[in-house]
Design a protein around this ligand. Structure first.
Ligand SMILES: Nc1ncnc2c1ncn2[C@@H]1O[C@H](COP(=O)(O)OP(=O)(O)OP(=O)(O)O)[C@@H](O)[C@H]1O
Length: 256
């Protein structure tokens, strides 16, 4: 059984078929990337999987469970976390507090217990802090842990965005353009984080990315989409040399 199975997924916004008949499966432990030209439907696929959008058609299975009818807030506790292309952090909170917010999906105590700060609440709080400190150490964010997001360089905020998703403690992490806006050196760092996430944390990674050197370096398999529809699927080399993919990219710099 695959960790994630997407079957005949579609969403239509009025006349726009943003996603139209996309199927793929992500196996536990692999890095799977979705590529495609601007407007191909990649972020929309992420928004459908993370349940921000309701599909017009299709089914999404995660870890053996049909998550298609679930609400967005019910997804993270199952072990599915995501990052956003445009970074969704609280600018006026510290790195530590942003990561702790990522843990709130795991609330096991109720508000009365929280108010009274009973031992169960204190234990849960300690466990959340330990998990967050592990993420800070893993992503080498120690120097920034007490700094406000607003004052951080863009490249560091991108890493904190990954940290917020990791703090959830996911089985599957969805990375939406983790290298966008980064320098070549910073993109290479992202490649190392992804390899470490898989090797050290046993994570499965589903990534949307335009940076083909990053995609080629870290991905086991790639799905190419265009106009909301699947074009080709296979190893990075197979997909890059597929004539339908090359035609979809014609005129762009991706394959030069
Ligand atoms: N909420 C929405 N309402 C209407 N149209 C939408 C909505 N979300 C996405 N679309 C349309 O769906 C299509 C796919 O958009 P999407 O953002 O998924 O593409 P993408 O492959 O992620 O592009 P990029 O690489 O530029 O981020 C586009 O035509 C877009 O305008």
């Amino acid at each position: 059984m695959s960790l994630l199975e997407v079957e005949d997924l579609a969403i239509h916004f009025g006349g726009v078929k943003a996603v139209d008949g996309v199927s793929f499966a992500v196996e536990a432990g692999e890095v799977f990337s979705i590529i495609g030209p601007n407007g191909a439907g990649k972020s929309t696929i992420f928004n459908l999987i993370s349940r921000l959008y309701k599909p017009t058609r299709g089914k999404i299975m995660f870890d053996g469970r049909d998550i298609t009818p679930l609400q967005a807030h019910e997804i993270a506790p199952l072990g599915l976390a995501r990052t956003f292309q445009n970074i969704e952090l609280f600018d006026h909170s510290t790195v530590l507090d942003n990561l702790l917010m990522g843990r709130h999906t795991h609330r096991s105590t109720n508000w009365v217990q929280d108010m009274l700060f009973v031992p169960a609440v204190r234990r849960a709080e300690r466990a959340h802090r330990r998990k967050v400190e592990d993420v800070i150490e893993f992503l080498e964010l120690e120097a920034y842990r007490d700094k406000l997001i607003a004052g951080l360089p863009y490249g560091v905020r991108k890493v904190v965005e990954i940290g917020r998703a990791l703090a959830v403690g996911p089985k599957l992490i969805l990375l939406d353009e983790p290298a966008s806006g980064l320098s070549v050196e910073e993109s290479q760092e992202v490649a190392y984080w992804i390899e470490d996430m898989r090797r050290d944390m046993g994570l499965t990674v589903l990534m949307v990315e335009h940076d083909m050197s990053l995609v080629t370096q870290v991905s086991d398999r790639v799905l190419a989409v265009a106009n909301g529809q699947p074009l080709a699927q296979g190893s990075p080399a197979e997909v890059q040399s597929d004539p339908r993919v090359m035609a979809a990219y014609l005129g762009t710099e991706v394959y030069t």
